[in-house]
Write a protein that binds this ligand. Structure first.
Ligand code: ADP
Ligand code: MG
Ligand code: MG
Length: 883
């Protein structure tokens, strides 16, 4: 079996489309080498070895050693140096690389191949003793940390101690002799900690590092990241072994990271950071503050340190042409790592860059406009769930703000919450329902769970490509990074800045678009949705077949949803209307009356209000379909609770408070969710549904008469289990319609249908369809009734169920396709077997979840209905499902 793939010198055994086998990094290194770009030669050990390794008690396939040795020989020939040769040593990096990038999750070892002999050879050949010893100490530090498990800070401490002794501040102030002293100290530290010497045999070093990469696939933080991002455990990682190039060889050497376009805004401008005389990790580690790539960016930032464009114009020119070539080749924005060794450019990585939703839209639309991709591809390029970021609020420019300090605008969106200083605390507070801003000196992969739980992230150190920035952008969390004036003392639970103090729990606001950090809560505004957003949504609409409606029951929600492109209302709940202001008294009067006459009296008060609600909604929807659900919740929910509420209702009914309390007590239910609710109310108290039907038809007639536009109300009966329930109630609705139309001498078209939210209803769909013009799958209740869990109580164990993989995802967030989904399928098939043109939709929270939307498309529903802010997400997901 072939386990190892070589690349370098303008050729490669791998290709970009071999990511499954070579991992993203290895596949793209191979592709770049084949394109003739300057890539240090190397080899990739395939992901199949990772699988083999875990299937065989951490043993390698027998052929592996020989294949690696052979590939190393090719690297040696290409570089003209030999691995382990004291005179002329080849150094390599050992890098992990899974199919999809997992930022910072897997550890890389640089400068491997150095020992007490080879360091001398490196010094002699490079004619730079300081560089050689700096590289050696970096190697011991990294290798000890990543492979041997000796914590990083031990070495940092030794460096700090040494600096103090010498009275200097910066690493750059240390000489070759200093590094020699430190190398000895480092080795001693490792020996003390582990009880054995630092490995001097370069082959031991190499296999130790390879083992560490495979081992790191299953460390906790990698698992957490995979869980959060739905990356399967089986994929495994590849290992790349690559000849080192050195950005730390002096002033003509440098290292950097770049994006071919701005990953925050999507602007078509190179964007990146570099550091002179440094090695890869330095840029992202946030230890030194990196410099801008381009002159324009430097000027915009008002920075003094020269940009790469200014300090190394020639190499920058080469880099720019590599950017162009890569973008044309990959037809997408690229995220690139490069190193300059004594004036020569080397490419170390390229991949499609992570970006904000705003940038994703802009880049997709512009690449399509340039003809690099077609509109379909553009639609596929934007992740529907990410649109959520765009719908995030921004700060109200007119709101007063108390600016504490400013950092880098690392990930857009504004957020406010209580300041917390550890990731664990962020998670705990968020679980308790609090909004928090996670404030850290810098973040590391161990903080991921806290970053996920936080509304926003603030760091004191680190650039735009720091860990915090990259991860926050990926998660869609607002982030301000590198706010240098902040000092965080996590132990003391306090943050100091400009002479002010922020204690744990104090409210702060961050603006990830400007980098501002404010004390207190600053008012936020909803975003403007024109331009690229509108263009892409328009393209999406041409491909999708699934309609998108909204769940809305107030004129404000309805208006928002229309702006977001809703094509109708899929669920207008009427109970919210019953709680408003004065109405609740009449509602209570109605449910607590002992006689039909008493109920009718109260309902008569409600009729004009209900009619006014519907009139307004019909007007806003201008002829688009509106599904109105008749009263659904258990009466229980409307009962008075406070004494003054009882008095009010007793007064309206003309009975004593005591008597009223007794009556209310009788209506109490032990399990209201499965109690006297939905169509059961309509069966017990037909006058309620009659009043609602009258309000709907009178409103429809009025709006049609006034506007001349057709209004087609869809009257929806909830919680039907049997055909009989529906046919009985349907007759009532039809009778009321007929009365209204005669009274008004005007007829409107309408439909009567039902929700399918009980398993029995799904199973009996063929029969129920006889009395229904449409079905709407109420997947919230259907999830509760199919799985037998209550939405209000399941939170206690659902988290654990998801962690243990009993459920792949929270079934209230993404539809349980195997169970609840199966009922939807059955309902669809059986319903349509009776009525082929039965209109079918879904109106649970799932209507706005991309995976569920795709499921609905596949099942063949006519529409999904979701909350107003998720309408754009559903539109895009529906288009992607159709493509
Ligand atoms: P990550 O996936 O965390 O970015 P990488 O494998 O890309 O890890 O490596 C980390 C850093 O080391 C990068 O900045 C990269 O540029 C640098 N690096 C990796 N291999 C080499 C090499 N052969 N020569 C010089 N620098 C390297
Ligand atoms: Mg990298
Ligand atoms: Mg329901």
């Amino acid at each position: 079996t072939k386990w190892v793939y070589s690349f370098g010198d303008g050729a490669a055994e791998g290709r970009a489309d071999m990511k499954n086998l070579l991992g993203g990094k290895g596949a793209n290194l191979a592709e770049m080498a084949s394109l003739g770009l300057p890539v240090p030669p190397g080899l990739t050990i395939s992901t199949e070895v990772c699988t083999y390794y875990y299937d065989n008690e951490r043993q390698y396939p027998s052929e592996l050693k020989d294949q690696v040795a052979e590939a190393i020989k090719a690297i040696e020939t290409s570089v003209g140096a030999t691995f382990g040769d004291p005179e002329n040593p080849l150094l390599v990096s050992v890098r992990s690389g899974a199919r999809v990038s997992m930022p910072g999750m897997m550890d890389t070892v640089l400068n491997l191949g150095l020992n007490d002999q080879t360091v001398e050879g490196l010094a002699k050949n490079s004619e730079n003793e300081r560089f050689a010893w700096d590289s050696y100490r970096r190697f011991i530090q990294m290798y000890s940390d990543v492979v041997l498990g000796v914590d990083h800070y031990h070495f940092e401490e030794l460096i700090d101690l040494h600096k103090d002794e010498k009275g200097v501040d910066l690493d750059t102030d240390l000489t070759a002799d200093d590094w020699k002293v430190l190398v000895a100290a480092f080795k001693k530290k490792t020996q003390e900690t582990l009880g054995e010497p630092f490995p001097q045999d370069v082959h031991d070093q190499l296999w130790g590092a390879i083992g560490a990469v495979f081992g790191s696939w299953r460390i906790e933080r990698a698992k957490v990241y995979r869980k959060l991002n739905n990356i399967p455990e089986e994929w495994g990682t590849a290992v790349n072994v690559q000849a080192m190039v050195f950005g730390n060889m002096g002033e003509t050497s440098a290292t950097g990271v770049a994006f071919t376009r701005d990953p925050s805004t999507g602007e078509n401008e190179y964007y990146g950071e570099y550091l002179i005389n440094a090695q890869g990790e330095d840029v992202v580690a946030g230890i030194r503050t990196p410099q801008n790539l381009t002159k324009a960016a430097r000027e915009k930032a008002g920075a003094k340190d020269l940009s790469m464009e200014e300090s190394m114009p020639e190499v920058f020119g080469q880099l720019a042409s590599v950017f162009e070539k890569l973008e044309k080749h990959y037809k997408d924005m690229q995220d690139i790592e490069f190193t300059v060794q004594r004036g020569k450019l080397w490419m170390l990585q390229t991949r499609s860059g992570k970006r904000t939703a705003k940038a994703a839209l802009k880049i997709a639309v512009e690449l399509a406009a340039d003809g690099l991709i077609d509109e379909k591809t553009a639609v596929m390029r934007v992740e529907p769930g990410a649109l959520d970021q765009l719908l995030h609020p921004t700060l109200d420019p007119d709101a007063p703000r108390d600016v504490l300090t400013r950092g880098l605008p690392a990930s857009p969106g504004a957020a406010h919450g209580a300041a917390v200083f550890t990731a664990d605390e962020a998670e705990e507070w968020a679980k308790a329902g609090k909004d928090v801003i996670l404030c850290r000196t810098e973040t590391s992969p161990e903080d991921i769970h806290g970053m996920h739980a936080a509304k926003g992230i603030l760091t004191a150190r680190g650039g735009m490509t720091s860990h915090a920035a990259v991860v926050a952008r990926g998660m869609g969390r607002p982030c301000v990074s590198g706010a240098g004036a902040i000092r965080i003392d996590a132990k003391a639970e306090i943050m100091h800045c400009m002479g002010r103090e922020i204690k744990k729990g104090d409210l702060i606001t961050i603006d990830g678009a400007s980098g501002e950090v404010m004390i207190g809560e600053v008012k936020t505004l909803q975003p403007e949705l024109a331009g690229d957003f509108a263009t892409l949504m328009e393209w999406a609409d041409t491909y999708r077949t699934l309609k998108v409606r909204t769940n809305a029951d107030t004129p404000a929600d309805t208006t928002t949803a229309r702006e977001f492109g809703a094509e109708g209302i899929g669920l207008c709940r009427t109970e919210h209307m019953f709680f408003e202001g004065e109405r609740i008294v009449a509602v209570r009067q109605m449910i607590l009356s002992e006689t039909e006459a008493g109920r009718r009296e109260a309902l008569a008060k409600l009729l004009p209000m209900q009619r006014a609600d519907f009139t307004e909604i019909f007007k806003i929807m201008r002829g688009l379909p509106v599904t109105i659900r008749l009263l659904d919740p258990p009466l229980h929910e409307f009962l008075p609770r406070e004494d003054d509420e009882f008095e009010q209702v007793a007064g309206a009914l003309g009975i004593s408070v005591e008597k009223l309390k007794r009556q209310a007590n009788e209506l109490h239910e032990f399990n209201p969710m499965l109690g006297h609710r939905g169509c059961r109310l309509g069966i017990s108290y037909p006058e309620i549904y009659e009043m609602q039907a009258r309000a709907i038809f009178e409103a429809a007639v009025a709006v049609e008469k006034e506007s001349g536009e057709t209004v087609v109300p869809e009257v929806m009966i909830p919680l039907v289990a049997t055909e009989k329930e529906l046919s009985m109630l349907r007759q009532r609705v039809e009778a009321e319609a007929a009365k209204v139309f005669t009274e008004q001498s005007h007829t409107v078209e309408y439909m009567v249908g039902t929700m399918i939210e009980l398993p029995r209803a799904a199973l009996q769909a063929a029969k129920i369809a006889q009395s229904a013009d449409f079905f709407s799958f109420g997947t919230n209740d259907l999830t509760q009734t199919a799985i037998g869990i209550s939405r209000d109580d399941a939170a206690r164990f659902l988290d654990e169920y998801v962690k243990l993989d009993i459920f792949a995802q929270d079934p209230f967030v993404s539809i349980d396709q195997e169970g609840v989904g199966e009922l939807v399928k059955i309902g669809t098939e059986r319903g349509r077997s009776t009525k082929p043109d039965l209109k079918l939709g879904i109106c649970g929270e799932h209507g706005g979840d991309p995976a569920s939307v795709m499921f609905c498309h596949d099942v063949g529903l006519d529409y999904v209905s979701c909350s107003p802010f998720r309408v754009p997400i559903a539109r895009l997901a529906a288009a992607q499902a159709a493509l």
